[in-house]
Design a protein around this ligand. Structure first.
Ligand SMILES: [Fe+2]
Length: 382
């Protein structure tokens, strides 16, 4: 491999090569025209492996992008969806669909990230629906987290503590307004603005800051990385989700995603998101759903139409429960089937290297927050 392409391909096992080749399906070969001098690289499936050529001869799909965009893509700093939404990919031949089909194989080739396969998932005899508590020692919590990619803990906070936090969220919600850089809004069925997220919430609330810094939360946030820290002033800080009922336009209901799906995997995974369940949750109020054991791997965009027999766990919670999830576990927060109204405060603990890359106001969500309608609309066209 020519160093000018900035790709160092790992030595894949035969099984990994076969998985990469299989994951591409019938998408054909894909080439990238990189930078102003137009150098090319093409990936093709040959038998049970992927071949890499340093030209664009015979590429069924050709994607042109800058040197910087290519470097970010290969380094797992920006995803293909991020680059696509930013208008930094030009399809000279083929479409987004071919690139989407190739993405898991490319992440395996570029970064050694394996491709999720439900048939090889190993839960080590553990229960994906297990409900634990802070009485468990760290080794037990870590073992469950390492296996599933998430935890559900019962009764971390008292009902009284959650009632006080709920009242504080009411106060912040009453002060929120569209465009205030501190909240997300969707449109409800009558086309009115409806508040769906408060961000940087602990920056303007001593009550919520105390929750964020509570030793119970810090303990959980540091289960994987002892030096991990919460980031009240960046990456949207402490974010309070307020699930609106009914059909909404915008990003109140979140489809299946990995939290690094827009980029930043290399600098933030395996960050841990701690979900403090202010109200509790169920399908009726809009609960959290997980694919157990999917963390640390890639899944196709639109995996639902490609994979069968994928286990899905719904996490129903009571006020004071806490969820913990690794940012790259596949998860969703679908439309409430009933009254809606789940309130959850998410505090995310990041590895220290995040602070080298992201300053206040520089996260991808900071850029899209006031363009949620446009972003949701773009998602529908992907
Ligand atoms: Fe998420």
């Amino acid at each position: 491999m020519d160093s000018s392409t900035s790709v160092v391909l790992p030595d894949l096992t035969a099984a990994e090569s076969a998985a990469a080749a299989r994951s591409v399906g019938k998408a054909g070969s894909i080439g990238f025209r990189i930078g102003s001098n137009g150098r090319g690289i093409t990936y093709s499936v040959v038998g049970e492996s992927v071949r890499v050529d340093e030209d664009l001869d015979g590429a069924d799909t050709i994607v042109a992008l800058s040197d910087v965009a290519w470097a970010d893509f290969v380094a797992q700093m920006r995803t293909f969806i991020n680059l696509f939404l930013a208008g930094e990919l030009a399809f000279e031949r083929g479409t987004f669909n071919q690139l989407s089909a190739w993405d898991p194989a490319l992440r395996l080739l570029h970064a050694g990230i394996s491709i999720y396969d439900p048939s090889t998932a190993d839960f080590q005899g553990r229960d994906p629906q297990a409900v634990l508590s802070l009485a468990c020692d760290d080794a037990e919590l870590r073992a469950q987290l390492d296996t599933m990619g998430y935890l559900h803990l019962r009764g971390v906070f008292s009902v009284e503590e959650m009632t006080a936090a709920d009242a504080e969220i009411d106060r912040l919600a009453s002060l929120a307004a569209p465009g205030d850089e501190a909240s997300w809004w969707a449109r409800d069925e009558t086309d009115n603005d409806v508040l769906c997220r408060l961000v940087y919430a602990s920056m303007r609330s001593d009550v919520l800051a105390a929750l964020e810094n509570d030793p119970r939360i810090v303990r959980l946030g540091r289960l994987i990385e002892p030096a991990a820290m919460s980031a009240p002033d960046r990456m949207e800080g402490a974010a309070v989700l307020l699930k609106a009922p009914g059909e909404t336009k915008g990003l109140s209901n979140i489809p299946w995603h990995q939290d690094c799906g827009m980029g930043g995997h290399a600098m933030m995974c395996p960050a841990l998101s701690i979900g403090i369940q202010i109200t509790g949750s169920s399908a009726a109020t809009g609960n959290l759903r997980m694919i157990p054991g999917s963390h640390g791997q890639t899944m196709h965009y639109q995996w639902e139409s490609r994979l069968g027999d994928v286990p899905v766990v719904e996490i129903d919670t009571a006020p004071g429960d806490v969820t913990v999830h690794i940012q790259d576990v596949m998860h969703a927060s679908p439309k409430p089937t009933g009254a809606g109204g789940r309130r959850t405060m998410y505090v995310t603990f990041y590895p220290p290297r995040l602070w080298d890359h992201v300053g206040p106001g520089e996260a991808f969500n900071d850029l899209v927050r006031n363009r949620t309608a446009q972003v949701a609309d773009m998602h529908q066209h992907l």
